[in-house]
Design a binder for this molecule. Structure first.
Ligand code: ADP
Ligand code: MG
Length: 412
């Protein structure tokens, strides 16, 4: 790791350490549905507490529309950090100081009154209009309260906002310390295994599925360049099939991505890298599947929609994966939310976790829905690394390990 990490930080006792965490948890009517993101930040927070630092946590939570005043008020009511504070206190086993403000006298005083080892959580950073614009005044204000900055919000590291970029940039310029937290360190180390591929890490196989090619153009291109094989699944399959002139029946495909798909095929041709499914699970209707079939080949008949990879493809992909030393997986193979179309995604989970367990293959999931599929199906623990950031993990791969929120942190 070339960047400074939390264990490289010098004397922390009595220092005000601003930690950008990712507490962007799913909320429904003020109730947290999944506290994984809070739990993931605990190692960093607890390390700082043990060292006697005065810990100030800040994070965004959902979106706040600053253009429309009515929406703005609604968004603020819904995405109020006060919903997060009690759960954080519970998980830390100690009452955190919650400040329902993002700037001003109340916050400044609360920070100044912190005792060594105490934790403060401030209001949702996106209550501030300037946050997403990396507003300098806002960043300067936060930086003025901080002695040290720790970045631990991987899911936001691809954004250069005041809290992820402005604050550490200012502190660096003042000769103050900035570092990556434990969660960031784990993400960077895990994902970089798929960026800095050495011969010993090959064959490197990428598995790409999910909903839309257009979401993933740059990462698809990058993986075709880097990987030895790219296995395609998910709804994006049909964009590739359509581009190759195969019948896709009623399947969704992205008409505006056909040229891109052809370019990928062309790019991959020389080394025979791109692998498409050889059969599919199809159904008459996505929402109400009454007639579910397995196709005999790649062609999909009229009246049917592709919803998962088929059983022959499952075996075929499993065979290819047996030679892999490193695997990066993004995007479910099918509409896994419906058990009728979950087998493809499950088979990938089964194969990858077995390879990790039995052969020490380095397996990485980067992608929100793929990670939640693996988790729901009970395979999450079996992967070498499951990224907590969907968009951020893809951007890290496509930018060869660079993200604004990583690059801004001081080198060792
Ligand atoms: P990730 O979050 O892992 O990057 P995506 O967001 O790209 O993945 O895609 C996830 C979604 O893709 C899933 O909710 C899944 O239902 C959907 N999906 C996969 N295959 C199909 C398909 N054939 N038709 C429609 N949706 C699909
Ligand atoms: Mg997704």
């Amino acid at each position: 790791m070339s960047k400074k990490t939390i264990t490289d930080l010098k004397e922390l006792k009595g220092k005000v350490v601003f930690v950008r965490v990712d507490f962007n948890v799913p909320l429904k009517n003020g109730v947290i549905n999944d506290d994984n993101r809070i739990v993931a930040a605990l190692p960093t927070i607890n390390y700082l507490r043990e060292k006697g630092a005065r810990v100030v946590l800040f994070s965004h939570l959902g979106k706040v529309d600053h253009k429309d005043p009515v929406k703005c008020a609604e968004n603020k009511a819904k995405n109020d950090m006060k919903f997060v504070a009690p759960r954080l206190s519970q998980l830390l086993g100690e009452e955190v100081v919650y400040v329902p403000e993002t700037r001003g006298e109340v916050l400044s005083q609360a920070v100044k009154s912190l005792k060594d080892g105490q934790v403060l959580l401030m209001q949702n950073t996106r209550y501030e209009k300037g946050e997403s614009k990396n507003d300098l005044d806002l960043a300067s204000y936060w930086a003025s309260l901080a002695d040290v900055f720790v970045m631990d919000a991987f899911g936001s590291a691809h954004r250069a906002h005041s809290s992820t970029y402005g604050v550490p940039e200012i502190l660096n310029s003042q000769g103050k310390e900035t570092a990556l937290g434990f969660l960031m360190q784990k993400e960077v180390e895990g994902l970089n295994r798929c960026v800095n591929i050495t011969d010993a890490d090959r064959p490197f196989v990428a598995i790409l599925g999910g909903a839309k090619v257009s979401d993933k153009i740059l990462v698809v291109e990058k993986l075709i360049e880097k990987a030895d094989k790219v296995l395609i699944g998910g709804a994006i399959t049909c964009t590739f099939l359509k581009a190759l002139g195969k019948p896709v029946g009623n399947s969704r495909y992205e008409a505006d991505q056909l040229d891109f798909a052809l370019r990928c095929v062309e790019l991959a041709k020389a080394k025979n890298k791109l692998v498409l499914p050889i059969d599919h699970i199809v159904a008459d209707d996505f929402a109400m599947p009454l007639d579910v079939r397995v196709t005999t080949g790649v062609e999909i008949s009229d009246g049917f929609e592709r919803l998962d990879i088929g059983p022959r493809t499952r075996l075929y992909y499993n065979d290819i994966l047996q030679n892999a030393k490193t695997v990066f997986w993004n995007g479910p193979m099918g509409v896994f939310e419906n058990p009728l179309f979950a087998e493809g995604t499950k088979a990938i989970c089964e194969t990858l976790t077995k390879l990790t367990r039995e052969k020490g293959v380095f397996t990485v999931i980067g992608g929100g829905d793929s990670a939640s599929a693996a988790s729901q199906m009970g395979y999450k623990e079996g992967f070498s690394h499951v990224s907590t950031g969907g968009g951020a993990s893809l951007e890290l791969i496509q930018n060869e390990g660079h993200l604004p929120g990583i690059d801004v942190i001081a080198d060792k």
